[in-house]
Design a protein around this ligand. Sequence first.
Ligand code: NAD
Length: 423
Amino acid sequence: MKISIIGCGYVGAVTGACFAELGNEVCFIDIDAKKIKKIESHQSPIFEPGLDAFLERNASRISTSTSISEGIVGSDCSFICVGTPSDEDGSINLTYIKSASEEIGDALCNMKNHTIVVKSTVVPGTTEDVIIPILERNSAMEEKKNFSVVMNPEFLKEGSALHDFFHPDRIIIGTNDEHGRKVLEELYRSFPCPKLYTSIKTAEMTKYVSNAFLATKISFSNEIGNLCKKLDINVYEVMKGVGLDHRIGSQFLNAGAGFGGSCFPKDVLALISLAEKNGERPILLKSAMEINDHQPGRLVELLKSRVGDLNNKRIAILGLAFKDNTDDIRDSRAINVIRSLIDYGANITAYDPMACEPMKKKFPSVIYCCSAAEALKDADGCLVMTEWPEFAQLNHEFNNMRKKIIIEGRRILSCEDYEGICW
Ligand code: NAD
């Protein structure tokens, strides 16, 4: 099949490369010419383990464009993978979705039976009330009659996105259009996982509810972890016992610095905003966010209680990305921590295997180091903010700190003389 990918960030780059790996012809389209240049030279526009090799190996099936109207011509379907960030009030910002839909609409009049797949996360109602009307208006064509629309939410995790693409727990295909359904059935034919065929709105909602549930599970563990610490109980031992109950499951029970990234915080906020617009009081979702917002502050206060006045103290931050195996710092908990350390007058050294460059733009006053050892040297305290596997190997490096005060936000260290935020 011929597929165009609109938006080559974390989701678009992975989706396109994986569909190419499956033998499809893929055209990558992005308004960011730098990303397109990278793909042309078989390099991933974002850091995701294994993606460069996929782009290289499938180069003969890959083309690129910076223009939607040029790029989608001749393709059977287009995946919309543009960003859907939060507005100031937490509601979803549809600027990129709208402009991509307008351009697709303009191009549709030259195409027959094209299927548009919405992969971006959009709140229920967006595809039917915003995207389809724009497509119809700009193309002067009719959905179902002249083109098809499917909502197919994405569940990948950055850092293991290629594995997640090929081994999904489920695939949700939201459409009420027969042709669109067949196109997606064909595309996902080789996937053995459950495929759920739903209405468009149900598909949109399923994505939000999945993320909101996982975010709530993390906040629940953090609240319990905060209490366990006061009671001198190891929350990880507790959650091991809890997670072995199949009704609960062991994942996302890791207490720590809280959730960040480009999805959980913004998607929970968007769901809260949607609930309130519909006259509901999303008490649980708001609490999940509140607990999450407080965890970085707790980490800094714990450090302060051990180091004393942080003014002019040298504090090492290990980990800047919102999780391991990515260079993505969007809503990373390290951002809140750095901001508060700067307010306290601390001098910050930081190390992350992938995310120093993006963080430099946000906090130029931080000293970015090439290794954990360099960041730790002469530090008065250390905060671990990301679960990078290489941090598990650190040991003697901590001996070069001026004061060996190590506060763990992720429980990745294997050395013994540290203190956990919740344990
Ligand atoms: P991203 O910001 O990394 O990438 C979006 C890309 O779209 C950018 O490269 C941008 O230049 C491009 N773009 C914007 N407008 C465009 C236009 N008119 N034409 C062509 N390209 C355009 O975003 P992302 O992290 O890949 O997320 C994309 C969507 O997928 C969001 O809705 C997000 O919530 C959802 N999602 C993300 C993840 C994740 O882990 N990152 C997981 C599941 C779902």
